[in-house]
Design a protein around this ligand. Structure first.
Ligand code: ADP
Ligand code: MG
Length: 699
């Protein structure tokens, strides 16, 4: 019917995306079919169709108001990069026409030298180029056509996070397919990793934000005494949305929907002014791109609403920090979730084998998973008495735990002694999905049909956690498949593998309170790694088994891993250096002068009172206290300067990072402690920067 109204937001959803329906409508049938095969089945791209696709993309983008195109990539800085070129091409008669070739679509050559490469370019003297990743859709934003790409060196090394991610999803698909085939599950063509990130963030009033150099340069407060109120009343989580926040969220949803992002769930989080947004899960690759778009759009829309969006893991001391829960599973192209417990004994056997593979992989590569979430920002969360601990363990729930125990010991799985689980012969009991006993303190929790990895930081890309999980699981599945393909009796071998795996790796399973001190002690007894900080975590990239697993699955070469080792160390040092310099600037030019001004007024007050014959003990005590605090503030600030100077000249990346961790970070804590003490006695009109109460409660 002509007048039938398309409901909102269906009417705007994906309007800025070169998605399947646009391709279908605008590409010749044969071209569409070829491209679709590449996208859906991971087949190599046929270069002969590039010109046709590029032209259709350009015409469509121009209709959407685009004048430029950009290859959009994920260098190892953690954020995305783009360089825009106009479609215009000059003609002989002094005019221009709009052109976009297949070559320009497929390959770009940004100046790679300004992106971190961890020595790869130095070693190979290779430039970098970007290559179209057609498995993530192109889109139009702010007058440009955005083309998702991978960024690699001319000698083929990955210079980004996307190349290893794509390689890892392919590896996982190949190995999972071998297993499915053995189970007689032959309908799927491939397996994708499905990923649904939940993004936490803070909002702060833009005027207040602009008055805080620390928020502007470091993304977090480097000073600030606790506000009289924090999150203790639990009145924020799922609380009513304030009007300004709600308007921001509405605008954000709209922008994301236009870009084809399935923004689904939004709510207030635990801390004041903290919120969460979750999209519906997608393939790991698309989810990674989409999460970057979410973060960028949040920043942009916040500004429009007189707000600033803080994506840092720990913007404020004393209230919860922000994480990014990465929900992860494996799914076939025909829609079977491989972590969904099945209905028949054979389905269950398949489920238990995949579950066992994940358990073994996480135990074998817990250290490698730990480094994917290591950053200076996340150091404030992990193991710092906040969600989740630095020890990696898995929660699988009581029911599933009982099932695994029954399989391992051959004893009935419930205390009523009724059922004995026998792989391939019995069905699993009904496993409660999304049960109320969901363990919120586990870093890696099974939630009914997927795992939820809770350690990633709010600011980071989800690419590295995903490619490490994929790589580890692919490697384990490869070993399982090797055994199963040779087995004389398939089900017996499946059973043997599950029993062996549970026996060997049950130490990683922990269903209790992950925040408790007892768990840290227990984890140590079990031999689980407890890596307390980023600098130590980075060292695991030197461990041979970790280098080997990337090579075995074709995800990264030794050279690529080594380059990441260096980049991570450099990144750590640079961030702490920026924080320390920002702190010095604020102390020397804002906070110490303000404190001295207050001190001078107190001195004058005391003189005046005395000469009026009304000497006050309170005034004298205050003078003495402030004088001593300001002295200490100045002394500690000087000590921080000395620590930074000493650290910054160390050339070896590891020694450099260690110096920042061991001397600069503690010196910063010292400066902050005394400044925060001063803040609560200096009059508000004298203290030059907004307080925690302003930042957290005036949004
Ligand atoms: P929570 O209760 O943990 O806060 P949310 O609804 O905020 O849950 O987020 C759950 C996320 O998990 C969503 O992004 C959802 O799409 C995703 N998810 C659901 N099923 C899967 C799956 N099979 N694979 C990956 N992610 C999934
Ligand atoms: Mg959630």
């Amino acid at each position: 019917m002509e007048n039938e109204k398309v409901p909102y937001p269906v009417s705007i959803f994906g309007e800025s995306v070169f998605n399947d329906s646009v391709m279908k409508a605008r590409l010749p049938k044969a071209t569409y079919k070829t491209l679709k095969k590449t996208i859906d089945q991971g087949l190599p791209l046929d270069p002969t169709i590039a010109d046709i696709v590029a032209n259709a993309m350009k015409d469509w983008a121009i209709e959407k108001g685009a004048t430029h195109f950009t290859h959009w990539f994920h260098p190892l800085t953690g954020i995305t990069a783009e360089k825009h070129d106009a479609f215009i091409t000059p003609t002989n008669d002094g005019n221009v026409v709009m052109e976009f070739s297949g070559k320009e679509l497929i390959k770009g050559e940004p100046d790679a030298s300004s992106f971190p490469s961890g020595g790869i370019r130095a070693t190979f003297e290779a430039r970098g180029y970007t290559a179209w990743d057609c498995t993530s859709p192109a889109f139009v934003k702010d007058g440009s056509l955005y083309i998702p790409t991978v960024f690699i060196s001319y000698t083929g090394e990955a210079l980004d996070k996307k190349a290893p991610l794509l390689r890892s999803t392919e590896a996982l698909s190949n190995q999972a397919m071998r297993i499915l085939k053995l189970f007689g599950n032959t309908s799927p063509l491939l397996v994708t990793t499905t990923v649904g990130p939940e993004q936490e963030y803070f909002l702060v009033d833009r005027e207040n934000y602009n008055k805080r150099l620390d928020l502007i340069l470091a993304g977090r407060t480097l000073f600030g005494a606790k506000a009289p109120k924090g999150q203790e009343l639990d009145d924020q989580y799922f609380g009513r949305l304030r009007i300004r926040v709600s308007e921001f969220m509405h605008d954000l949803d709209n922008e994301l929907w236009k870009l084809g992002l399935t923004a689904k769930t939004k709510h207030n989080e635990v801390a004041p002014a903290q919120h969460e947004l979750a999209l519906i899960f997608d393939s790991a690759n698309v989810a990674t791109d989409h999460n970057q778009i979410v973060m960028e759009t949040m920043r942009r829309i916040a500004k429009k609403h007189g707000l600033a969006c803080l994506l840092h893991e720990k913007p404020y001391d004393g209230v919860n920090g922000s994480g990014k829960h990465v929900n992860w599973s494996m799914s076939t192209d025909d829609g079977q979730n491989l972590l969904n417990p099945g209905k028949t004994p054979r389905d269950n056997a398949q489920f238990l084998l995949f579950l066992a593979a994940v358990i073994k992989s996480i135990d074998d590569y817990a250290d490698l998973l730990r480094v994917t979430v290591a950053s200076p920002g996340n150091d404030h969360r992990l193991g710092a008495n906040e969600a989740p601990p630095a020890v990696i363990s898995m929660f699988i729930g009581e029911e599933l735990n009982a099932v695994l125990e029954s399989i391992e010991t051959g004893k009935p799985y419930d205390d009523k002694g009724r059922v004995k689980i026998d792989i391939g012969a019995t069905s699993l009991p009904n496993l409660p999905k999304d049960t109320t006993d969901r363990n919120r303190t586990s870093p890696f929790a099974f939630t009914g049909n997927k795992f939820e990895f809770r350690m990633p930081g709010s600011a980071q890309s989800v690419a590295s956690p995903c490619y490490v999980i994929n790589t580890a699981v692919a490697s384990t599945l490869a070993d399982f498949a090797d055994r199963l393909e040779k087995a004389s009796d398939f089900m017996t071998e499946v059973k043997a593998i599950v029993v062996e795996t549970v026996k060997a790796h049950k130490r990683i399973i922990f269903n209790g309170n992950g925040y408790s001190d007892e768990w840290v002690v227990e984890a140590e007894k079990r031999g689980l790694p407890n890596i307390a900080n980023t600098v130590d975590a980075i060292e695991v990239l030197k461990v041979q088994k970790n280098i080997d697993v990337f090579a075995k699955m074709g995800v990264m070469t030794g050279v690529e891993v080594a380059s990441r080792y260096e980049i991570l160390l450099e990144n750590y040092s640079k961030i702490i250096n920026i924080e320390a310099l920002t702190m010095l600037e604020m102390a020397n030019r804002e906070l110490i002068p303000a404190s001295l001004k207050f001190l001078a007024s107190l001195a004058k007050l005391n003189v005046n009172l005395k000469s009026a014959g009304a000497a006050s003990k309170a005034a004298a005590d205050m003078l003495e206290k402030v004088a001593s605090l300001v002295d200490s503030f100045a002394v500690r600030t000087a000590a921080l300067q000395t620590a930074v100077d000493a650290a910054s000249v160390i050339e070896c990346p590891k020694g450099n990072a260690q110096a920042y961790r061991d001397s600069v970070v503690p010196a910063m804590a010292d400066v902050r402690a005394v400044a925060d003490e001063l803040e609560i006695i200096v009059p508000k009109e004298v203290w030059p920067i907004p307080t925690y109460a302003d930042l957290l409660f005036k949004v």
